[in-house]
Design a binder for this molecule. Sequence first.
Ligand SMILES: NC(=O)c1ccc[n+]([C@@H]2O[C@H](COP(=O)([O-])OP(=O)(O)OC[C@H]3O[C@@H](n4cnc5c(N)ncnc54)[C@H](OP(=O)(O)O)[C@@H]3O)[C@@H](O)[C@H]2O)c1
Length: 356
Amino acid sequence: MSTGEAQRPVRWGILGAAKIATIVGRAIHNARGSQLAAIASRNLARARDWIADHTVGAPAVADRQPFLPPAAEVIPRGSYLELLQDPHIDAVYIPLPPALHCEWTCRAAEHGKHVLCEKPLALSLDEARRMADACRQSGRQLMDGVMWHHHPRTAAMKSVLESGELGPLRHVTSAFSFNALAKLQPDDIRFQHGMGGGVLGDVGWYCVTAALWAFGELPERVYATARYDRGVDISLNAILWFRGERSASFNCGFDAVWRKWLEVAGSQGTLVCDDFVNPWDAAKARFWVHGSQGQGTQHAHGGCIQEVRMIEDFGDIVRSGRLDPHWPAVALATQTVVDAIAESARQEKVVEVRAV
Ligand SMILES: NC(=O)c1ccc[n+]([C@@H]2O[C@H](COP(=O)([O-])OP(=O)(O)OC[C@H]3O[C@@H](n4cnc5c(N)ncnc54)[C@H](OP(=O)(O)O)[C@@H]3O)[C@@H](O)[C@H]2O)c1
């Protein structure tokens, strides 16, 4: 955006009428300084239907409460390229299957769009680097769709870690699972190897972000074991070793009930969050700090819809005209570790992590 345009809303386009596009589309609509301007589908009728289904007056169904006012001018597009060719679009949100993230992020950057791309960012670090390079060379922002980084609770937890209250940090443990095997259709993208499916990229990505966030650096080496079914990893356990005799471990799965918790242990206390990825109740985001004798303090942070905060953070960068290298760096670091964990699980051996 030019300096003169910095006051107008960021105009967003969505590539793909994905399930998650409902939540993020609503966030774009509700975020300060953002406007949902277009949605593209491979099929024009699906884009039109998406707009109709999300317009107030349409019936609400399980995961879809309509939010667009009838007067909203959201343009349906019958191809992703057609949306990218619209000069009025500033930024795109890409909720496509992971195997398509690299192609469409690079094409979006070439068309001058800022890119918020869903996780896992890419299928490999090589792809992720190409995406980051394409955005940087076009002077456009790249960010992955990890929402918890944007919740104010995350900054509050980080302050505790940095305060020294827990003593030197020793171990990060986390888990993220949901019963995808029972809940999702067999043809869901998560079960399609060719689409970049698999549990590590789908939800293990968050556990890796947690360890990197807590320790602020890459591990030196990793080890993982996975269970494979339907051609993808459906359950995975990983250990990450960091400098200074620190470590992290996590479990992620498509085979267990919904879990999304985190514990950071120091020599004198622990920080525990039972829903770090997304608060169970958006009005009651909490975490606990426990001392060496089990005494605990609850910290409460209510009233934030983290996906709205993510869109606002992204919009602030776009309007500022100054790219924020922090976000592509975080995504590339995550991809580096995810790649090493995937390799370890496949080869059943410890893998050294090479710097980004
Ligand atoms: N950040 C989060 O909290 C969060 C939550 C859930 C999912 N995600 C991520 O968001 C992305 C999408 O997940 P989702 O569950 O929403 O996926 P989904 O419902 O399957 O949607 C994917 C969309 O991609 C498009 N597409 C293009 N080529 C396709 C192909 N060959 N097969 C299937 N779809 C194709 C389709 O849109 P058209 O047919 O309209 O073109 C489809 O609706 C994934 O990367 C996932 O990890 C993130």
